[in-house]
Design a protein around this ligand. Structure first.
Ligand SMILES: C[S@@+](CC[C@H](N)C(=O)[O-])C[C@H]1O[C@@H](n2cnc3c(N)ncnc32)[C@H](O)[C@@H]1O
Length: 288
């Protein structure tokens, strides 16, 4: 992919430095220009499982491509070994690009990697990426804020280190707010129940979007009362993002992304968020 020239481009990657680059949520076109330039000049690219292969293709043919995985239950390399790998590559004088899904500093352990690198005396630059919440909501036609529905937005995780769902439920269940839950699909029923217990109406619109921004994007749309059943029925699986709040009621009118499914024609649906619709559609149900 030829990159457009900027009037005064910043220097490309330097030997012995590590660049923590956000690769975006899936669609390779969501990589920033800075990120693309750094990948194109890298000697070593260390990447996670949600990074598009088309982004890896931007690296020079001779560059090392090292997969370090990261699924909730399957860490290809433990975090301290990833840190040690980055430090070793930088000390060998490589131009190291650490490609992380979405944004490196949002549920990406980018902070931990940066701390380890700085403690080892390695120079680090961070390049932000489009985080899953922003990218996926945009592709699904769900504005995260909207004057009539949500004046604030909260990103939280449904996967805690010790397995407990010990979240600040009264804060998460505030009205007129959009709640985006990363890594929450396996605990969805419990999450929905806790939100209702803490004051959100059972009819609050909610959806789960799988593989957002890719050709395999699909979703289950419902309410807090029935979302878990709809997700199970549709067979929605991680990586998937949960969005809760009145703004989800706009999806039937604003969904615009209709992937052709060219990544995997066998399993792709026909529309951006197709799998299941909330009964009645439209904007109703936002009763918080
Ligand atoms: C370890 S977190 C990393 C988040 C990433 N740093 C970011 O800013 O988006 C991984 C979780 O992000 C969400 N996610 C990332 N990419 C996604 C995608 N394309 N579709 C749906 N969810 C996604 C899922 O909840 C997934 O379990």
């Amino acid at each position: 992919m030829p990159l457009p020239e900027l009037a005064s481009p910043r220097p490309g990657p330097q030997p012995g430095h590590v660049y923590l680059v956000g690769a975006g949520p899936g669609d390779p076109e969501l990589l920033t220009l800075r990120g693309a330039r750094l990948v194109a000049g890298a000697d070593a690219v260390v990447y996670d499982n949600l990074v598009s292969p088309l982004i890896l293709d931007l690296a020079p043919a001779a560059a090392g491509r090292i997969y370090v995985g990261k699924k909730a239950a399957d860490h290809t390399l433990p975090q301290d070994e990833i840190n040690a790998l980055l430090i070793r590559l930088a000390r060998e004088g490589r131009r190291v690009v650490r490609l992380k899904g979405g944004d490196p500093f949002i549920f990406g352990r980018g902070g931990e990697e940066m701390e380890a690198l700085i403690a080892a005396g390695i120079t680090v630059e961070v390049v932000p990426g489009v985080t899953a919440a922003a990218g996926i909501a945009a592709y699904a036609g769900i504005p995260l804020t909207h004057r009539e529905h949500a004046q604030s937005v909260v990103f939280t995780t449904g996967f805690l280190k010790d397995g407990a769902l010990d979240l600040d439920w009264p804060m998460l269940a505030r009205p007129n707010q959009t709640l985006v839950i990363y890594m929450g699909v396996s605990r969805l029923a419990e999450i929905c129940a806790r939100l209702v217990e803490h004051g959100l109406a059972p009819g609050t619109p909610a959806c789960v979007i799988e593989r957002g921004t890719t050709a395999r994007q699909r979703a289950a749309v419902g309410t807090l009362a029935d979302l878990a059943a709809r997700v199970a029925e549709a067979g929605i699986r991680p990586p998937a993002l949960t969005v809760v709040g009145g703004v989800v009621g706009l999806y039937p009118r604003l969904a615009w992304f209709h992937p052709a499914g060219e990544d995997d024609p066998g399993s792709a649906p026909h529309a951006g968020c197709t799998a299941v619709h909330r009964d009645g559609g439209g904007e109703g149900g936002a009763d918080d």
